[in-house]
Design a protein around this ligand. Structure first.
Ligand code: MN
Length: 194
């Protein structure tokens, strides 16, 4: 079995001006493709060969973990977006849980943005769900995914520089602030309630 690059459910320019077609081209077409190629080069003839991606991430270390983690992370990242929308807010059970734990969507956004802004170096900020449905914001360096902590990954912002440097240069907080308008909350609700 080998892994393949996911197709995006939107045109490369669909997320503009939040994420440019150029960034999508490099980030999805080059960076993610490289992780897919690397993993496919590493797993033949190993115990990882026929495992689902999430199982590889939970059980592996080193280069296999780094490449499998980056594929899982980027798949969740790219598939959570849609064209920019005014007044874009959470829906359903996920909205209710966010309000219960943070008091309001605005307070949640502040906490999530602070976690993303303060993560040192390359990594990911996540919203994950525990088996009881409670939510946790986690910072994961490198290729980290909260699935290794027993949390179901829901929402993630990629804070590696390659995710924002073409469009925002060093302004990571501005990139984080703009991403809220392109989240597909119906998709995130599906992840939460699945
Ligand atoms: Mn990335």
């Amino acid at each position: 079995m080998s892994f393949t690059l996911i197709d995006l459910p939107y045109a490369p320019s669909a997320l503009e001006p939040v994420i440019s077609a150029s960034t999508i081209g490099f980030h999805h077409g080059k960076h993610l493709q490289t992780y897919v190629n690397n993993l496919n080069g590493l797993i033949p003839g190993t115990p990882w060969e026929n495992l689902p991606l999430e199982d590889i991430v939970k059980q592996s270390t080193g280069g296999v973990f780094n490449n499998a983690g980056q594929i899982l992370n980027h798949n969740l990242y790219f598939l959570q977006f849609q064209a920019p929308k005014e007044g874009n807010v959470p829906v359903g059970k996920l909205a209710a849980q966010i309000n219960e734990q943070w008091g309001s969507f605005d307070e949640f956004k502040k906490a999530f943005a602070a976690a993303g802004g303060s993560l040192f170096g390359s990594g990911w900020v996540w919203l994950g769900a525990a088996p009881d449905g409670s939510l946790q914001i986690t910072q994961e360096p490198g290729a980290g995914n909260p699935v290794t902590k027993g949390l179901k990954p829901i929402l993630t912002f990629d804070v590696w520089e390659h995710a924002y440097y073409l469009d925002y240069q060093n302004r990571r907080p501005e990139y984080i602030g703009q991403l809220w308008s392109i989240l597909n909350w119906e998709e995130l609700e599906k992840r939460y309630t699945k």
